[in-house]
Design a protein. Structure first.
Length: 123
């Protein structure tokens, strides 16, 4: 992406987050949290020759979190449960697309990714 396009995508992503409520505590005007971290995205995109900037600002990877909930998640004091991620984002299908379901299961506690697999698998 060109720098101006990247800035536009980042602004659109942040604006969308601000228009929502915190997925954990329902606070107004939250920040955007990357469900799949930028570091993991960068590494995965590089190894699969994918466009990092496209995935970086993909709205499926956006979870609105207020400053407090965001800090508690990143410090691991109170990580966001997988159920909240599954209810508020489309990050699970994105993780499946990028072969990162294992990473989601490790990063977001108190949930079972295989329960999602059962609901979305056709007989």
């Amino acid at each position: 992406m060109k720098p101006e396009t990247d800035r536009h995508a980042a602004l659109a992503w942040a604006t969308k987050a601000r228009a929502m409520r915190c997925a954990v505590c329902n606070a107004k005007r939250p920040h955007g949290h990357h469900v799949i971290t930028q570091q993991v995205l960068r590494r995965t995109c590089a190894s699969h020759r994918l466009d990092y900037e496209r995935y970086r600002w993909d709205e499926r990877n956006l979870l609105p979190l207020c400053e407090r909930c965001h800090a508690q998640h990143h410090s691991r004091f109170k990580p966001v449960p997988l159920a909240i991620v599954m209810r508020n984002t489309k990050a699970i299908p994105l993780a499946k697309e990028l072969h990162l379901l294992w990473w989601i299961s490790r990063e977001y506690p108190n949930g079972r990714i295989d329960a999602w697999r059962r609901r979305t698998t056709r007989p």
